[in-house]
Design a protein around this ligand. Sequence first.
Ligand code: AMP
Ligand code: GLY
Length: 415
Amino acid sequence: MKILVIGNGGREHALCWKLKQSAKVTSIFCAPGNGGIASIAELVPLGVDQISDLIRFAQGEKIDLTVVGPENPLAAGMVDQFQAAGLKVFGPNQRAAIIEGSKAFAKDLMAKYQIPTAKYQVFTEKEAALDYLAHQTMPIVIKGDGLAAGKGVVVAHELSEAIAAVIDIFASGVHERLVIEEFLAGEELSLMAFVDGNTVVPMQVAQDHKPVYDGDLGPNTGGMGAYSPVPQIAQSIVDQAIETILKPTANAMVAEGRSFTGILYAGLIITDAGPKVIEFNARFGDPETQVVLPRLETDLVDVLLACVDHRLDTLSVSWNQKAVVAVVLASHGYPGSYQVGVPITGIESEAADDTMVFHAGTTMDAGTLVTAGGRILAVTSMDNDLRMARAGAYASIAKIGIHRAHYRTDIGAKA
Ligand code: AMP
Ligand code: GLY
């Protein structure tokens, strides 16, 4: 089979890496890919927004399956357009991808179907939002509506901060609506599942680290590291989340005429009253994918095809018992502004099977690997337990040289 992966992050590197392990796969293309993906897939110089060019490419190459990584092309209807062109594609269509694209849609869906989530209100007017805030207790959470790469959320501890966030969001011109929601206290958990409409097959759970600095300090990022499993969260809690959140949400989407096929990713907070949703994503998480896919034992191609062909109920999906830790190495200044084009040295060959250096913001510049983004690499290690996997990831990252790059030293410490 010929596979086309859309995207250029660490998630897409992990997807290409896993797909390459399938005996069914003869060649992998990635558009646009990055400096690391280049060594395992053929890069296609097309952006994720060049949908008609990508369709022409897939038809010309006779691609058997296209896998869409990021949210933006899903929200733009890439899956609908590939399907209309008669191409097999993995991911939700535009009507289903709205579960990530609009926080207001997701919140209203959860309210209608009694899916546990933080209490909330949606506002289209600044004055009404400010008026509402005056009557709330702090901390409180303010979210701009729409895709924002994890950066559209403010957890305000003081009323003044909350007011500033509301004013900023409406002034930015990016968001027409905002959601103000109850602050939930508890550990975060990323629960992703393969979904083919009605059938939900959960993956192993992972925990992300959103804030940029150790101890969860500093502004939120796309994710500074992740690990799987998450031993401090009991399987009974995960099962509860599957039954009260994932399955009812897939069913609700079917009932709404928005049947979801693809990866449904619930971002959860495990509160004293059980797991509650803070967001849904319509795609694989990044960096969660880098720690979950190495644990998948079933051929990923079989799982993705079972979703696309709506026969996921006939497949049994198995996972290994290993532990995986990924530490993200980020550019100086990230999540604010940063330089690109900084040379990267010290990435060991992947001779040691259980250390995977997944590339995100990297590119080849005249034969030299250089930085090309905020999150540069996810240095990932798999081992028999979390302690050993952490040690492996940190030993590998210590050998990598990128001027002034930074990383968190406490990924997986909570476990
Ligand atoms: P989101 O983009 O909705 O995932 O939010 C980004 C981050 O903000 C989450 O990973 C949480 O750390 C935090 N957050 C979002 N919503 C809440 C909430 N209701 N209570 C507490 N923290 C939240
Ligand atoms: N790591 C969070 C996300 O993929 O949205």
